[in-house]
Ligand binder design. Structure first.
Ligand SMILES: *Cc1c(COP(=O)(O)O)cnc(C)c1O
Length: 823
């Protein structure tokens, strides 16, 4: 839904600045999530270790024009095309806007709180009710002070039911969540977690949680927990309540009998004096409780008993969300800061096991573990055993309960009574080359641990924008006929961007084929789970066994290779193996010539090991208009050869000849497929704009690590090459030619982008470091530096070096961390 800035200013009670009255539809709290700059309203939130104000200039550079801030950055004070809504507290402004938005809708809203099960119940209710309602629900586990406003913002005129979670960790937090969610139906899952931080007692904690329900007219909770019952009776005696119980047949929903079987559980219950029985495909106690909450909701909403039974039987598990991210000091983090129960621990350890590599040891950071049916001694003993069986090298337990059971774990395990205690005694240098599983219940706020251990942007990284890949792919899909397939070229590790993440994205976007350069790239993609067809362009295959095993389809470009693959295929009893016939129509590099065709057909027809899947060729000069006659000659030559080959077979052999430039300049030769390379990565090859709006996929960033001021005449760096002609501020950045920053870019031959300024290099580029003249930029240590990206184009760097963008992209060294982002 769109809001004008004047309306938002009014809602925030601030005078509108005399700037254009833009319309916005997206709330942005993380600069990395930017997709639609002009529609985004950015909230410069301050957290314990970051400040959104730092990203304003960068976002402005990317086209964002609307900001909610606590102070306006100096560099944009005079900008006329931007709105700064200045408030005292950005977070509460965000919440106010969410409240106003919520107030516009008069639909039932289910609010879920409690210590465990919130996300599962929310997702299950969605599964169960989506055929009756148009539902909006919290994305993932967006249940915090920041997550809830973003969730509520998803409400729009098309929906007729909202389902939102509310999670708190400190006294006083529920009130603001209640105002934003304003549920009409409340669910309290349970209240656990012993003495959680900040709360005086369990009763206090329970009361705080129940604060979500002040405006509800109907409530659902388990009557068997005396604490919950007490709070509900005292505070909400006047509301319609659907209490459920395993024990009390007087409850509105009485669970009469639960029978666990092999992989499923039968639940017999009585609701409003009607008996019913459902079978759910789960057996864990927590899942049974979650299911009963769902039964209560559906009964309350008037869903018939038969339908309830039918839908409950088809529930599917809600995957425990494990985020994987790069950590400090070459660590890799696997994080779940929401759940810590015995049943989700083993799957998380298995997930971790699949990501173990030889260069990392394993570490588990675990909070107190929720337990249903085990006494805590037995529980922690079996957890210790689990960790030992999984060969976890280092165990860190956080919480009073797990600390009390320290003796179950080996002598090397460390324990802390609270997350605060852990954080105060730990620095990032305590972690090095480790795969770290961080798993804790929401109350423990392990997201703060994740914040500390997550790799910070002070390193040199190649940021890869997967949304831009999708955008560029669709841009080209619109340029080719619907029936034409797109072969996505991910050779050279995705033109330097890293092939796996790209392949995964392109697979889901419906690319027809992936093309890699060498066998190993293809094998890696298969091992990582890429299932779509892959062609291997490499001139030499040495390991046919791998080729066949991983169903990688080779390019056949000579009689030698042809005979070799037939011979190897026979050894493995292969038949009809798909291959791609390469024709040399003018590159004069590799491929069959027209004069080879008769013999080629003869050999192909004389065997059944391989079967041509496609025939293709490559243009030598698609981007040189002065050589178009040559290119047209290639097309004619290609057509003749294709005809001869196709004539010998009674099934259709796919044909393809166009690369990126060819697609735009010679659309009449699309044939069955086109091969999209450099333009997929957002680099145009034509300067006339005919390739449409391409977005750069890769951007290389680093950060300033030092700034010094020098008098005129000082020399900077090796061989005293950089002579200063004025008093200057010189910044040092941690990137050098070993990272792929070509040494010919030194001594002012290129500029980097810092806070909206182009700043030239000074002196020679060193192996790991270079120096930048920042006299004209306002900047500080830690500020981001763009080497190339949205402001400094790869083309510009290629021009300085007298090369092409392909070489610049593929020269970024492998030691530069690739960071992928989306959404
Ligand atoms: C690399 C390559 C392409 C893609 O070329 P771009 O100019 O990057 O689009 C197409 N076909 C073959 C055979 C290639 O090797």
């Amino acid at each position: 839904m769109k809001y004008s800035i004047s309306r938002i200013s009014a809602e925030l009670g601030i005078d509108r600045v005399s700037c254009p009255d833009y319309e916005v539809s997206l709330l942005l709290t993380d600069s990395r999530s930017l997709i639609y700059p002009s529609e985004s309203l950015f909230f410069a939130l301050r957290t314990s270790n970051n400040d959104g104000h730092r990203y304003i200039e960068e976002l402005y550079g990317k086209g964002v024009r609307n900001f909610v801030v606590e102070r306006v950055p100096d560099s944009l004070k005079d900008a006329a095309d931007v709105n700064f809504l200045v408030v005292d507290d950005v977070k509460s402004a965000l919440q106010t806007i969410a409240c106003r938005h919520r107030d516009r809708f008069d639909v039932p809203v289910i609010g879920i709180t409690g210590s465990r099960g919130k996300t599962t119940i929310k997702e299950w209710l969605y599964q169960l009710l989506q055929s009756d309602f148009r539902i909006v629900r919290s994305p993932r586990s967006f249940n915090s002070q920041i997550g809830v406003p973003l969730s509520v913002w998803e409400m729009n005129d098309d929906i007729d039911l909202g389902i939102f979670e509310a999670g708190i960790s400190m006294p006083g937090e529920m009130q603001s969540l209640q105002r934003m969610i304003k549920p009409t139906i409340g669910i309290l899952t349970n209240v656990g977690g012993e003495h959680a931080e900040g709360f005086e007692s369990m009763l206090e904690k329970c009361r705080e949680k129940a604060g979500l329900f002040v405006d509800c007219d109907r409530l659902i909770y388990c009557d068997d927990d005396p604490l919950v019952k007490k709070v509900m009776d005292e505070e909400f005696g006047d509301k319609e309540r659907c209490a459920w119980s395993f024990k009390d047949s007087g409850c509105r929903l009485y669970v009469k009998h639960v029978e666990k079987g092999d992989g499923s559980t039968v639940i017999d219950y009585v609701y409003d004096n009607r008996s019913n029985s459902v079978t759910i495909p789960f057996t864990a106690d927590s899942d049974i409780e979650n299911a009963i909450h769902c039964i209560a909701v559906m009964s309350l909403l008037g869903v018939s008993d038969e339908v309830i039974a039918e839908r409950m039987s088809r529930l599917t598990p809600v995957g425990t969300r494990l985020n994987v991210m790069e950590g400090v000091n070459n660590c890799m983090l696997i994080c779940d800061a929401y759940t810590s129960d015995y049943h989700s621990l083993n799957p998380a350890l298995a997930f971790m096991g699949r990501r173990m590599t030889a260069d990392r040891t394993s570490t588990v950071i675990l909070s107190d573990v929720m337990h249903e049916d085990m006494n805590s001694d037995a529980l922690y003993r079996s957890i210790a055993e689990l960790l030992q069986n999984r060969h976890i090298d280092r165990v860190i337990g956080i919480g009073p309960e797990i600390s009390r059971h320290a003796s179950c774990f080996g002598g090397d395990a460390k324990f802390y009574r609270s997350t605060d205690e852990f954080l105060s005694e730990t620095t990032t240098s305590d972690f090095d080359h480790e795969l770290v599983l961080i798993k804790g219940a929401g109350d423990f706020r392990f997201d703060r641990i994740v914040d500390i251990l997550e790799a910070r942007q002070h390193e040199t990284v190649l940021e890869v924008n997967l949304d831009a890949v999708v955008h560029n792919f669709n841009n080209f899909r619109a340029q080719v006929r619907p029936a034409t397939g797109i072969v996505a070229m991910v050779k050279a590790s995705g033109y330097g961007a890293g092939s796996y993440e790209l392949a995964k994205t392109l697979q889901s976007q419906g690319a027809a084929y992936l093309a890699v350069a060498v066998l190993d790239e293809g094998v890696d993609l298969r091992k990582a789970g890429i299932t779509m067809p892959i062609m291997v362009l490499n001139p030499r295959v040495v390991n046919y066994k791998s080729l066949f095993n991983y169903r990688l389809e080779p390019e056949i470009y000579s009689f030698d290779i042809l005979n070799e693959i037939i011979c190897e295929g026979r050894r493995y009893s292969i038949t009809d193996y798909p291959v791609h016939i390469k024709l040399d129509t003018g590159m004069h590099r590799l491929g069959f010539l027209e004069s080879d065709m008769t013999e080629l057909v003869r050999v192909l027809k004389s065997q059944n090991v391989i079967k041509p899947r496609s025939v293709f060729s490559h243009l030598a000069a698609a981007d040189c208009p002065e050589l178009d006659d040559y290119t047209r000659g290639q097309f004619e030559y290609f057509a003749r050869c294709c005809e001869q080959l196709q004539g010998a077979f009674d099934y259709h052999i796919l044909r393809h000849i166009l690369n990126s430039t060819g697609i735009t300049r010679f659309p009449e030769y699309q044939y069955d497929m086109v091969r999209l390379g450099i333009c997929l990565y957002g680099i145009p090859t034509l300067t006339d704009g005919s390739q449409g709006d391409l977005k750069p996929v890769s951007s290389m960033h680093t950060a300033i690590i030092s700034i010094k001021e020098w008098e005129a005449g000082t020399t900077i760096g090796y061989s005293c090459k950089g002579v200063l002609h004025r008093k200057s501020r010189i910044a040092t950045i941690p990137i050098g030619y070993a990272d792929g920053l070509d040494r010919h870019l030194g001594n002012g031959r290129m500029s980097v982008w810092i806070n909206g300024h182009r700043c030239p290099t000074v002196g020679n580029i060193c192996m790991d470091i270079c120096m930048i003249d920042v006299t004209d930029a306002s900047c500080a240590v830690g500020d981001q530096v763009e080497i190339f990206g949205n402001n400094i184009s790869v083309m510009e760097i290629a021009d300085v070096l007298g090369t092409i963008p392909y070489e610049v992209l593929t020269s970024v060294s492998s030691r530069v961390k690739r960071v992928y982002y989306r959404e």
